[in-house]
Design a protein around this ligand. Structure first.
Ligand SMILES: NC(=O)c1ccc[n+]([C@@H]2O[C@H](COP(=O)([O-])OP(=O)(O)OC[C@H]3O[C@@H](n4cnc5c(N)ncnc54)[C@H](O)[C@@H]3O)[C@@H](O)[C@H]2O)c1
Length: 339
């Protein structure tokens, strides 16, 4: 796919200005721009600027509230419930992770549920913030229908990512952040827009036939990881982030690109806790754990056994030193949105 190179600072300024033009405050515009740029830098282009136009369209159609009145209800010293008032998801998630960190620092564990939110991008972006404060974290969000429950003919679950992060005793955090689908939906959307094929074995068309055509895949169903196990994990995430929080669930989250009939009312759940709740030497133990695994004999062609998050950290470090590369199709959106 064709890409163009831009200075990161200039790009950030442009995104902030676009969000401000669409009614976001400077602070909310900056929070949102940072999250989008981070997605580009870690190589998650399907969750980065390829979605900028979608967020702006949703603000224009009044299904994202650019000036939300976000309420934080304190349930206990550890537990908070956030009503996001249909804010852009980045802003609700930013407040939620900061609240979860504060609660955990005070009491050992922080648990924050969010309702009436929107698509917040990468779970790992928020997990990193907790891990930097030396906390373990688990983060869940639901998403619009893309995956059929095992045995069903219709998609209902989102690609509902599961995220777990922990400090490692080194500067690279362990962050397992994975969709429960074979590939994330953002990648399929970008492939559809740029007339690219998707890999085999990740989606079926609307007649239930395997397809590598991205447009047909968007109209059909995405396949979960590991068959009924993936479908079960998607269901778990729907319960934790939808049923539990007061957010939409059971297939009611609207597709942000195609359905402007109302806000998404996505739910998120952020859990954070201290590493020393049960042992005093967590750092030593996790270092030992990782060292042992990394020393295993390797399969041919594998240079290093990596833990989850290592690949994205390396990409972030390398890409941060260079000009940022964005898809030509995304650059076109930027030009239209700017003017
Ligand atoms: N907000 C939403 O609705 C939504 C929905 C789906 C996905 N997402 C986000 O999209 C992002 C991408 O999801 P994805 O499923 O494409 O993730 P992915 O396939 O890129 O990575 C999944 C996990 O595998 C790890 N990994 C990758 N290569 C590895 C290797 N060689 N060795 C060890 N570990 C390795 C990664 O670090 C990551 O933790 C995630 O950040 C997710 O939160 C968001």
């Amino acid at each position: 796919m064709e890409k163009v190179k831009l200075e990161t600072n200039i790009l950030k300024r442009e995104i902030v200005n676009i969000f401000k033009k669409f009614g976001l405050s400077s602070n909310h515009a900056s929070i949102s721009a940072n999250a989008l740029i981070n997605a580009e830098l870690v190589g998650a282009y399907g969750h980065g600027l390829s979605r900028l136009k979608m967020y702006c369209d949703r603000i224009k159609k009044k299904v994202i509230n650019p000036k939300p009145k976000i309420k934080i209800k304190k349930i206990s010293q550890s537990i908070s419930h956030i009503y996001a008032n249909n804010s852009i998801g980045f802003v609700a998630a930013d407040i939620a992770i900061k609240t979860a960190i504060k609660n955990a620092k005070k009491t050992g564990i922080g648990m924050v549920a969010v309702k009436n939110s929107g698509h917040y991008g990468l779970s790992g972006y928020y997990a990193e913030q907790a891990v930097k404060k030396n906390l373990v974290t688990m983060i869940y969000t639901n998403a619009p229908p893309a995956v059929a429950p095992h045995g069903a003919l219709k998609s209902l679950f989102g690609t509902n990512p599961i995220c777990f992060g922990t400090p490692t005793g080194s500067k690279i955090p362990f962050i397992l952040d994975t969709s429960i689908s074979m590939i994330n939906r953002g990648k399929i959307r970008v492939a559809a827009r740029n007339n690219q094929k998707i890999p085999e074995g990740v989606a079926l068309d609307k007649f239930g036939r395997p397809t590598t055509d991205a447009k047909k895949a968007l109209k059909g169903v995405q396949l979960p990881i590991a068959g009924f196990r993936g479908s079960g994990l998607a269901w778990m995430v729907d319960i934790l982030s939808g049923v539990l929080t007061g957010g939409n669930h059971a297939g009611r989250v609207k597709d942000p690109f195609d359905d402007f009939s109302g806000p998404q009312n996505i739910g998120h759940l952020f859990i954070t806790f201290k590493t020393n709740l049960f042992v005093k030497n967590y750092n030593t133990r996790i270092k030992d754990n990782i060292k042992k695994i990394k020393k295993l004999p390797r399969v041919k062609g594998i240079k290093e056994i990596m833990y989850p998050g290592q690949n994205k950290y390396k990409r972030l470090k390398t890409n941060s030193k260079k000009k940022i590369k964005i898809l030509t199709s995304t650059k076109k959106d930027l030009e239209i949105l700017k003017n």
